[in-house]
Design a protein around this ligand. Structure first.
Ligand code: SF4
Length: 553
């Protein structure tokens, strides 16, 4: 039985008969060669306006279901909307954990009792969590349905779990939350019925066991919607060998961590509650365990100036060397302690122009192995008391870079995106850089015009690398990420020229194997998301307890 809420959801998402009738005509014309926009304009709705493209995509699926139309990937591609969302090869689904306190006392961090720490109820992405009472299952299902209606392939899903400090939640909640996300990936789209109850975490004596979660993982290995990445966010002082092991049990592959500043004075002034050395230790430990590392860094913290920020940013690239960064300029919010500092005249936010200038100074200094995921947080400007209110800062910064005649070479700025590539023209490069306790290899496959078609991150830990306590990582070189770009294609839907289907991943793996062997490592371990385990097994890796392994001798 559906609950009233589920029934309302199903009805709201059903395609109306009038729309379906119009869509049939539009689809027929598109198949006959008419452009999608032209066909839509020729068939307006009776009360004005036109069919949305998402309706057209939903109608396509309905027509296929009714047998009126055979599956036609080309037609679907033509009517689909906003293809850019999946151009990096995977589709991201964001889920929010329930409101819960965080051990941090950071003065810039907003508090709203309705939300997990640091999130605002009207923040896009976070809003959906609130709408679904923070239920992981319904958040994932509703997002998947929306993506499918927009015509996006949903066979490769990265789960991004947001909400304060993940490690501060109880572990049985964490295990349940992740399991329910996987349950939502594991059912067929038509079966949107949520089973009641959960078993949670079991104490197996001497350690936690997670039978429900393991079962959900196992199903996902062969499911239609495979998990190709699992991301959580936490604080550096929560990262210990025990935590790292637990994150692997959950299936986590990437950790987002707030570094915020690399200056102890600034961390202190802003009441972060940890020092820079703590961030360095945590980063080295995560690297040793093969996680992909995304650091948050905040300019304009209390006590900082544009000049000190510029200097601080440079410290990211000696030792820490994050794989990804999110630059979150501090924003003055009424429900953060910093607001009182501002009222007392002790804090002034930068102006928009100061921020644009600072970010345009920083961007060209970012190494080619790092991806800049954000340069501003998506906070609705109505919440900002004083300072920058523009959320389009990335575009402003790029305009400034063009004006200066410089450019950013980060991973995101070089991704090949949906561009067709010619396999014969591609070149493999190996960017080697030192980090604290590991030599890193960023092995990339580049196009002649310096676009990135794919890359692999290989870590060669040194003798002083932090001990993870995970036996299978002993004497192992670690592959932390393999990423091949191109439109995220449905399994079996080959598209000539697309990077994902030209064996680039296999070429990258072979190169990593060679490098690790020559460096004297006994084995190669790869941190694999649950849904990509089969990919590595097909390429000669064997199952370990938490990693996939290949012996090199
Ligand atoms: S650790 Fe993060 S979530 Fe917690 S108070 Fe600090 S900024 Fe907010």
């Amino acid at each position: 039985m559906r609950t009233a809420k589920q029934q309302a959801w199903v009805e709201n998402h059903a395609i109306k008969p009038e729309w379906l009738a119009l869509a049939r005509r539009v689809m027929g014309e598109v198949q006959g060669g008419t452009g999608v926009m032209d066909a839509l304009r020729r068939h307006p709705l009776t009360d004005g306006g036109y069919l949305g493209k998402h309706v057209l995509v939903a109608a396509y699926h309905e027509m296929v279901r009714l047998g009126e139309l055979g599956p036609d990937a080309h037609l679907l591609e033509r009517v689909r909307m906003k293809p850019v969302r999946t151009l990096s090869g995977v589709t991201t689904v964001t889920v929010l954990t329930k409101p819960y306190p965080c051990p941090g006392k950071c003065i810039f961090c907003p508090t709203d009792v309705r939300m997990p720490k640091s999130y605002l109820p009207d923040e896009p992405g976070a809003m959906r969590g609130l709408e679904h009472d923070f239920d992981p299952y319904s958040q994932v299902r509703s997002r998947m349905t929306a993506l499918e209606n927009l015509g996006h392939p949903t066979d490769k899903i990265e789960l991004l779990i947001l909400g304060g400090t993940w490690s501060s939640y109880k572990r049985d909640y964490q295990a349940w939350f992740v399991r329910r996300c996987f349950d939502a990936l594991n059912v067929g789209h038509e079966e949107w019925i949520q089973p009641e109850g959960h078993e949670g975490l079991q104490d197996a004596g001497g350690g936690f066991d997670t039978p429900d979660l393991r079962a959900a993982h196992a199903v996902n290995e062969g499911a239609a919607h495979r998990n190709v990445g699992l991301v959580i966010e936490t604080r550096p002082d929560a990262i210990t060998p025990d935590e790292v092991r637990w994150l692997r049990i959950l299936g986590v592959t990437k950790v987002q961590m707030g570094a915020q500043s690399l200056d102890d004075r600034i961390l202190d002034l802003n009441k972060r509650g940890h020092d820079v050395e703590c961030t360095r230790r945590a980063t080295a430990l995560l690297r040793a365990a093969g996680f992909k590392i995304a650091l948050h860094w905040m300019p304009n913290l209390h006590g900082a100036t544009p000049d000190s920020d510029l200097e601080d940013f440079g410290r990211l690239w000696s030792g820490l060397c994050p794989d990804e960064i999110k630059i979150y300029p501090n924003q003055l919010l009424a429900n953060a302690e910093l607001h009182e500092y501002w009222l007392r005249g002790e804090f002034r936010p930068y102006t928009t122009q100061q921020l644009i200038d600072l970010l345009a100074d920083l961007k060209p200094t970012i190494p080619r192995y790092c991806r800049v995921n954000r340069v501003i947080r998506d906070i609705p400007s109505t919440n900002v008391v004083e300072g920058n209110r523009r959320t389009s800062l990335r575009q402003d910064v790029h305009a400034e870079l063009r004006r200066r005649g410089t450019r950013c070479q980060c991973v995101r700025c070089r991704e090949v995106r949906g561009k067709e590539i010619e396999a014969a023209t591609l070149e493999m490069n190996d960017l080697v850089y030192p980090t604290r306790h590991a030599e890193e290899h960023f092995i990339s496959i580049d196009t002649p015009d310096d676009r990135l078609a794919g890359f692999l991150r290989l870590s060669l830990p040194d003798a002083a690398a932090p001990r993870t306590g995970i036996p299978e990582l002993e004497a192992a070189a670690v592959i932390r990420e393999v990423h091949v770009y191109g439109q995220s294609l449905a399994v079996g839907a080959e598209k000539a020229g697309s990077a994902q289907h030209t064996g680039l991943g296999t070429r990258l793996l072979r190169r990593a194997e060679d490098i690790a062997r020559r460096a004297g490592f006994e084995k190669l371990a790869v941190i694999s998301a649950v849904g990509t385990r089969q990919y590595y097994i097909e390429r000669g890796f064997a199952r370990g307890e938490m990693y996939l392994l290949k012996y090199l001798r």
